[in-house]
Design a protein around this ligand. Structure first.
Ligand code: ATP
Ligand code: MG
Length: 364
């Protein structure tokens, strides 16, 4: 059976790092008993230049029909003044919304060879392997009312609404517990039930569902502010951290910085399982942006992008073995001392994007 991948390289370093993933896909098609069918589209500024929109309807339809979307990065100074609806980031929001990608998975993994890249002490982060599971389509980012109103006395008042329903909390909770079972089997749920009604409901729903459906997975509740502190103080206490949209945004950036290397971090965004096929819509992308400052120079680190493809194998295609193979190849290449500029220390030999990609493929 052939798997449909829709590739959206995007802007800046996006196309450069996507090239390295394409090479891996080609190699897999030629050498393994798998068959990936790929198609390319335009997204972000590159779509704006071609069509005047952040993503065309044709490419949206292809994204909807694909088994997985592999996304590079969008944006850059060139498109700073395009109309608001056509700004590059609008494509990301549209994709998330139309594909129903409610679960955002962000691993924070410290590769053994890079344990001294973090600004934290090596002992604190060595062997770190956390997965943040963030709710992505609800909460204060989308809740209505959301507005700025002018009051009678001339003051303005801004309103954002943090809004969650039981079913929204349940579905993200299941994702977190299911993933925990494939890892160290621990879930920490972060909210602020002490000051927020939504936090109270969150805690209640997670507790009930955890006890009923996942009695063998230890669950801990942690206040989101304390979670941020614990992440910096003693990060290895966590396995899976479950959180809402806003706290997840913040906590996943904290966790990312623990690893000290933005160019290394992948992410996955998953939708609900299809009622008939059980398959989820999904999009995989590096955590970093389009890095306009280094675009076109061939020096970007392709590892976050390659690791995002590995997540696609794991979560969309049940190819855990192949995903392990890629992850291991990345670790080995780092072990051997290969470094792109972003992860290099003084005295390291610095390799280009394509040299790094080729070295990972060679190891695979
Ligand atoms: P966005 O708004 O899209 O998140 P950003 O401005 O937050 O973008 P990035 O585009 O991720 O940030 O870049 C932040 C810094 O990290 C830049 O200096 C960039 O060059 C560097 N960087 C990001 N990704 C990589 C990568 N893959 N390889 C090397 N350096 C990178
Ligand atoms: Mg950013």
């Amino acid at each position: 059976m052939s798997h449909k991948l829709f590739l959206l390289p995007g802007d800046g370093i996006g196309p450069e790092i996507m090239k390295e993933v394409k090479a891996i896909i080609d190699w897999m098609n030629a050498n393994l008993d798998v068959s990936f069918e790929t198609d390319d589209g335009l997204v972000g500024g590159s779509a704006y230049d071609a069509y005047g929109v952040a993503i065309s309807e044709e490419d949206m339809a292809k994204a909807m029909a694909a088994d997985a979307v592999i996304f590079g990065a969008v944006g850059g100074p060139k498109w700073a003044s395009v109309p608001y609806e056509a700004r590059p980031e609008a494509a990301l929001l549209r994709l998330r919304k139309d594909l129903g990608l409610f679960a955002n998975l962000r691993p924070a993994l410290v590769y053994p060879a890079l344990a001294d890249s973090s600004s934290l002490k090596k002992e604190l982060v060595e062997g770190l392997d956390i997965l943040i599971v963030r709710e992505l389509t609800g909460g204060v980012y989308f809740g209505e009312p959301k507005e700025i109103v002018t009051l009678e006395d001339g003051q303005k008042r801004a309103i954002d609404t943090q809004l969650y329903t039981t079913s929204e909390i349940e579905r993200i909770t299941r994702v977190a517990f299911d993933l925990a079972k494939t890892r160290s089997n621990r879930v920490a749920s972060a909210e602020k039930h002490n000051v927020m009604k939504s936090g109270l409901l969150w805690k209640e729903v997670v507790t009930k569902l955890g006890a009923k459906e996942y009695p063998d997975t230890p669950l801990e509740h942690v206040l989101a502010d304390n979670c941020a502190m614990q992440l910096v103080r003693r990060p290895k206490q966590f396995d899976v951290i479950l959180c809402d949209n806003l706290f997840g945004d913040i906590l996943s950036d904290v966790a990312a910085m623990l690893t000290g290397s933005l160019g290394m971090l992948p992410s996955a965004s998953l939708g609900a399982p299809d009622e008939k096929t059980g398959k989820r819509k999904a999009m995989y992308e590096p955590v970093h942006g389009s890095a306009p400052d280094i675009a076109g120079k061939g020096i970007a680190n392709p590892i976050a992008m390659i690791a995002s493809f590995s997540m696609a194998l794991r979560y969309s295609f049940e190819m855990g073995k192949e995903a392990d193979m890629i992850d291991k190849a990345i670790a080995t290449v780092l072990e051997k001392g290969l470094r792109t500029g972003d992860i290099a220390k003084e005295g390291d030999t610095v390799v280009t994007t394509s040299q790094m990609g080729a070295a990972v493929l060679e190891e695979i």
